[in-house]
Write a protein of this length. Structure first.
Length: 133
């Protein structure tokens, strides 16, 4: 670390449902006051679809999954809705994304659509096609 460099401290808090899936994740940081107390920075809320997808990279290890994809889930249910709220930005960030998938052989997704609405911005729709070798 370079002399005089400011290190941000952060903490994640998770809330799980009965199926061991993260339904709420909060990020606390000292970004507004380095070295001071941790304050809530961003909150994510997750809703899950009723079907699973074949996550080829997911493991049964929550810490490894958090490092790979940002969530410590060990289940394969896809996220159908994600809400992100951050009052620490100017203007505050409020984003809602919905996800739909079409599964193919082996329960692997062959296509997907993401619709994202951000406060003050036009709605964005992204379509995906997945190919496997």
């Amino acid at each position: 670390i370079m002399p005089g460099a400011i290190q941000m401290t952060s903490r994640y808090d998770f809330t799980y449902d009965a199926s061991d899936r993260v339904t709420n994740m909060k990020l606390f940081t000292d970004l507004s006051n380095p070295g001071g107390p941790l304050e809530e920075d961003t909150e994510w809320k997750y809703t899950y679809g009723s079907t699973s997808v074949n996550y080829v990279y997911a493991s049964g290890n929550a810490a490894q999954n958090f490092a790979l994809n940002g969530l410590p889930n060990t289940t394969a249910n896809f996220i159908s809705k994600m809400e992100v709220n951050s009052d620490s930005t100017t203007p505050p960030l409020n984003v809602v994304s919905t996800f739909t998938y079409v599964n193919g052989a082996g329960n692997k997704p062959v296509s997907g659509t993401v619709v994202t609405t951000t406060t003050g911005q036009p709605t964005q729709t992204t379509n995906y096609t997945f190919f496997y070798q």
